[in-house]
Design a protein around this ligand. Sequence first.
Ligand SMILES: Cc1cc2nc3c(=O)[nH]c(=O)nc-3n(C[C@H](O)[C@H](O)[C@H](O)COP(=O)(O)OP(=O)(O)OC[C@H]3O[C@@H](n4cnc5c(N)ncnc54)[C@H](O)[C@@H]3O)c2cc1C
Length: 356
Amino acid sequence: MPFQTEILIIGGGLAGLTAALHLNKLGFDVTLLERSIYPHHKVCGEYISNEVLPYFSWLGIDFTNLSPTQITNLQFTSASGKQVNTRLPLGGFGLSRYSIDYYLYNLAINRGVNIIHQQVGQVVYREDEFVVETTSGTSFQDFINLKSPYLAIKAHYKSDFPNNLVSLNNFSGGYCGVSKVENDVLNICYLANYESFKKHKDIQGYQENVLYQNKNLKKILQEAEMIFDAPLTISQISFHKKEPVFNHVLMIGDTAGLIHPSCGNGMAMAIHSAKIVSELIQKRIEYKTSRSFLENEYAANWQKIFGSRLKFGRILSMILQHKTYERLAINSITAMPFVLNKIIKHTHGQPIKMRN
Ligand SMILES: Cc1cc2nc3c(=O)[nH]c(=O)nc-3n(C[C@H](O)[C@H](O)[C@H](O)COP(=O)(O)OP(=O)(O)OC[C@H]3O[C@@H](n4cnc5c(N)ncnc54)[C@H](O)[C@@H]3O)c2cc1C
């Protein structure tokens, strides 16, 4: 007899764990399949926008004991070293993915979510039912991922860096985010163009030859002492347009669309998408609406809330990687600092409100 569950979530990152907690709070029987064992580090800038706080509070998620840093200010530096500083309209917090995902995982287990450590290989939809096969071979993400020219590198460091600052540093072929997380640890994470990266011998060589061209970044990297044995790397990061519903599966978080990390909002979007999907599933069960109604409503809601943010993120990353456009953009931001606040507003959302 195959294993049965009311709700099945594939992937226990931020989106999956948040949706599991939400649907569990609504009283559903939730099973989550995750291929990795917690806790583990993840390649991520680890800055989360405060827009998630009202929703987290409704879910009974409280990170206070993990001692996140409170981030209020943004520094942006261009590849040529020009600098712009501003206060973040909503602000955010810095917490490692190692701690966040592990905290959410333990909360989900304690609240009765059934978490199974297996990798999903295939999902088949037939007559309003899903058949999900687990495997140690192919990855679920593999068949929706398109080839991408980006890789990302991250490590934790000891360094004297302000607690309240997130620093975004542009360089030729990429960008690097720097901010503190818990325990006075500095997270340095960058996204790099693979073609440019592979011309160098190793990570150190790439940093010295390319990232160091940005003087601010050079200073940060030279003053930082790495805590990790070696940096973490991931490749094939895809910013291609994806679909919020794929083969009848409701895609949340990055599987529906990844905003360029320089916008610093992917985690808040992943969390927000968990709320949207959970509320619509509740509606479908309460009002007995059809599967196609659920799928169409989810796709429409997703598009309405995130469509323009993703589009804006794509344009922004294109500008930042074009020498002339980048210079023009930096000159206008320096002359009119309010432009930077407008950009932040376009890539971030409002606090995620709950009805009750
Ligand atoms: C370089 C970089 C820097 C970033 N910096 C920031 C930042 O500072 N702030 C911010 O808000 N966002 C940032 N982001 C974006 C952010 O990391 C993502 O948007 C966020 O992690 C999305 O959460 P998720 O749950 O969709 O995916 P994930 O957190 O990646 O979780 C997916 C989970 O699914 C599991 N999984 C995958 N395939 C399978 C399978 N076949 N079977 C079972 N389990 C599976 C994985 O093991 C994983 O645990 C950054 C992204 C990058 C690439």
